[in-house]
Design a protein. Structure first.
Length: 340
């Protein structure tokens, strides 16, 4: 039996992201639902969707003052402090493993200790209880079902927001041209263009603006990885590959961890600030490294990432049905075992 004290859930320790690379990693399939066949970018968006769904559900639990469920969900798979984390790669394990194990967690009886504000009696009376202990049943499967509902809602929002990536690319180009012509960046950053179409969809989730910013940043990050892979396969682009890899090492640290808003936009702007350069190669040949053309490659790959993500997110309702079967299948398996 666990003992949980009723404390202020708004003061959690800072979340430390330890998973810095979801793109080239090897995935573990815990459900046999075709996960191993999914592309790296598809797996990345599933991890990110589940992470943001977890954070959104924690917000709802905090608003409802459901401290036991909040504490359990934060502690499950060591996600203490993730509630206020603004970044990607925050999920400690991959999405399918997280959901499968959560939906297989057994019920447990916990004791919630609340301060006894109405204890009465004289001050310092040792016979008056200072706390009231209340037993309650915590059902991780029910929490998991709520998480699946949040995932499906967020997937709809993600699909709508990913439709705006082409507009975001054009906005970046427009800002850059304005800066070149006038030497002043007076064009305000459109943090959340999705608000322009929000009436078409259901009510916004509480972190939709943050989700949109992270979708923009994460898509730039994966687009850079794709561009590097493409250049690495073409010996004619070896110099551009080396330049981009060095630029990423020097300027890409903000992609990891919680580093605020507009990280992707700032990275692209910093690349535009770089000047073209000529490099003399062995044999006397000369190659040109043009940051502007590299940026265009990245923005093109960003659209491909958004398309891949959209296709993957369309499968979320079907995936959720598979996960919803897990408790029932376990129940039937236990019943068969008892009969034997």
């Amino acid at each position: 039996m666990d003992l949980l004290s009723f404390v202020n859930i708004g003061f959690a320790r800072p979340f430390q992201c330890t998973h810095h690379c979801s793109h080239p990693c090897t995935r573990r399939s815990s459900q046999g639902n075709g996960e191993s066949a999914r592309s790296p970018s598809a797996r990345a968006i599933e991890d990110f969707l589940t992470q943001r769904s977890l954070q959104t559900l924690l917000f709802y639990l905090e608003q409802c003052r459901d401290v036991p469920s909040f504490r359990f969900l934060e502690a499950f798979k060591d996600h203490q402090g993730i509630f206020r984390y603004h970044g990607f790669n925050g999920l400690r394990v991959h999405w399918d493993e997280y959901l499968t194990e959560l939906l297989r967690e057994p019920k447990r009886t916990i004791t919630v200790r609340n301060p006894n504000y109405r204890r009465g009696g004289s001050k310092g009376n040792p016979y008056v209880q200072r706390h009231l202990d209340v037993e309650m049943t915590l059902d991780p499967k029910a929490i998991g079902q709520k998480l699946l509902q949040v995932r499906e809602h967020l997937s709809d929002e993600f699909i709508a927001d990913l439709m705006l990536m082409r507009d975001e690319n054009e906005e970046l180009r427009r800002r850059h041209q304005h800066l070149v012509l006038h030497d002043v960046d007076t064009v305000g950053v459109k943090l959340y263009p999705a608000k322009e179409i929000e009436s078409v969809y259901h009510a916004n989730s509480p972190f939709r603006a943050g989700n949109y910013d992270l979708l923009k940043t994460y898509s730039v990050y994966l687009a850079v990885q794709r561009t590097l892979e493409m250049m690495d396969r073409d010996y004619k682009q070896r110099d551009s590959f080396n330049w981009l890899a060095s630029f990423m090492d020097a300027n890409g640290s903000k992609f990891h961890g919680d580093n605020g808003y507009h990280v992707g936009d700032e990275f692209i702007s910093a690349m535009w600030d770089e000047l073209p350069r000529m490099k003399k190669n062995r044999g006397g040949s000369v190659s040109m490294i043009d940051p502007d053309s590299i940026v265009e490659k990245i923005l093109h790959e960003r659209l491909q990432v958004a398309d891949d993500w959209t296709i993957e997110l369309m499968s979320v309702p079907r995936d959720n049905l598979d996960f919803q079967r897990i408790p029932l299948e376990d129940l039937l398996r236990d019943a068969d075992a008892c009969e034997e």
